[in-house]
Design a protein. Structure first.
Length: 468
């Protein structure tokens, strides 16, 4: 991906608008400067030529045959110089200037002197004391004399410089306005895409009812219709799959009950069987129990998929309920630790689902953790915490989200056997906790020892004092 593509669509649209404004302002500025310069120079050149012609004629009429230098200077002073003209006269071998500091015989270009000496009139542009000027010269007819006149045009450059600064400021403002307009246009253009992105994220999070409102823009209406059609198709397919799993699970319950009853009958007479038959019966009984648990879990999950799962919530003394749930566990060595505030903690929960959460966490620690199992109850602000930790190998950081997926056992649970789970226990824990608007996650043990720590956070909705 190039740097231009990494900028993002909004930034690219803004930069393109800004670049367009800059190019437009630059083109208009250069055109304005060029036309203004040409207009000012033509106007100033015409004024200089008119002044040169008028002053040259007046000087020729007033000069005598043998004027002295003082008389020539007096004539030059009488000439009209309102346009800033600086006259200079060569009479025979003498040079007389109105302002010799600025314009004298040394500043007349050699090419112009040569042209005038040949009897032709000429003009040239020079710099006088660092300021541009137009110098005109002509040989006076019938006399050994020449008339030169310089017109300073520095004010033209000053005007153009001022105009350039103004155009630069206007160009900067135009570029910023174009960038602001581009930012506004990009936001407006991308707003429908932001709505589609939010809808897609909501759909990916499991809200299958997410739909886009039909926009007024005809070009976007088809996109919204396509998205809504896709969302509807996805919802219908998931509903069909969930209902299929639910129906299959329901249909499996009857033969499973028959299998369980038959296995129980056989187990009653297992001591009359051979050792080989007893081993086969034990394996069959374990698989039937595991299959029964799998069907029950699938039924429970299908209720979430079809949207029929609902809480039968009621106030629960949390610590007492956890003690009661632990007493049903097959592990006698579970250590329960309750904080001082946790002893009187009351939450609103579905007892059946909360009991399954506790049982599944303990069962998971028993199958995959190893060692003693420790259960902790605590609270903080408006949240109640239940932690189940073991002394097993722990859960790698890369798998701490994956273990809550359906049929996921992680790297330590990849082996299958009579003592492995169905891969749905932690997934059901996640669904039950989410239905209680809580959270569940995996972390390392707080004491630094090897093992995994499963933490369930549930909101506290009833104060114990209010419940009393």
């Amino acid at each position: 991906m190039s740097r231009w593509e990494r900028l993002g669509l909004r930034a690219r649209i803004t930069l393109l608008f800004a670049l367009g404004g800059l190019l437009l302002a630059t083109a208009i500025g250069l055109l304005t400067l060029t036309l203004t310069r040409r207009s000012l120079l033509v106007e100033r050149d015409a004024a200089a030529l008119a002044s040169f012609a008028e002053n040259g004629q007046r000087f020729q009429r007033q000069i005598g045959d043998e004027p002295a230098a003082e008389g020539v200077a007096a004539i030059l002073e009488s000439l009209t110089t309102t346009s800033g003209a600086l006259p200079l006269v060569r009479f025979r071998d003498e040079w007389v200037a109105l302002n010799p500091v600025v314009f004298s015989e040394e500043t007349v270009p050699a090419t112009l002197l040569q042209l005038v000496s040949q009897g032709a009139a000429g003009r040239a542009r020079v710099n006088l004391s660092g300021e541009p000027a137009i110098v005109s010269g002509v040989q006076l007819p019938g006399r050994d004399a020449a008339y030169f006149e310089a017109v300073l045009i520095g004010e033209v450059d000053d005007t153009l410089n001022s105009l350039g600064l103004i155009l630069l400021g206007v160009g900067t403002v135009t570029t910023l306005v174009a960038a602001a307009f581009g930012l506004w246009a990009s936001r407006r253009a991308l707003t429908p895409l932001a709505d589609i992105r939010a809808a897609a994220e909501s759909l990916a999070a499991g809200d299958l009812k997410t739909r886009l409102d039909p926009p007024a823009d005809a070009d976007l209406a088809s996109l919204s219709a396509s998205f809504n059609g896709m969302a509807q198709s996805l919802e219908d397919r998931i509903d069909r799959d969930a209902r299929f799993a639910s129906e299959v699970s329901h249909e499996l319950r009857s033969p499973l009950m028959t299998f369980s009853a038959s296995a129980e009958v056989l187990n009653n007479d297992r001591y009359q069987m051979s050792h080989r038959s007893q081993t086969a019966l034990a394996l069959l009984t374990d698989d039937i129990a595991r299959f029964t648990q799998l069907v029950e879990n699938l039924l429970e999950i299908s209720r979430y998929d079809v949207g029929t799962a609902a809480l039968q919530a009621e106030p629960v003394f949390f610590a007492e309920f956890v003690r009661h749930a632990i007493s049903y566990s097959t592990r006698p060595d579970i250590a329960l630790s309750v904080s001082e505030e946790g002893e009187s903690l009351v939450i609103v929960a579905d007892k059946r689902r909360l009991a399954q959460v506790i049982a599944n966490l303990i069962d998971n620690a028993d199958k995959y953790g190893g060692g003693n199992i420790e259960v902790e109850i605590s609270s903080e602000q408006d949240m109640a915490f239940l932690a189940v930790q073991d002394h097993g190998p722990g859960v790698p950081a890369a798998e701490r989200q994956v273990v809550f997926d359906r049929f996921s056992r992680g790297s330590s649970g990849g082996r299958r056997g009579h003592n492995t789970g169905t891969g749905l226990g932690l997934s059901l824990v996640s669904e039950h906790v989410r239905l209680h608007t809580g959270e569940v996650w995996v972390e390392d043990r707080l004491d630094g020892m090897p093992g995994a720590r499963m933490v369930v956070a549930l909101p506290i909705r009833i104060d114990p004092e209010d419940d009393q």
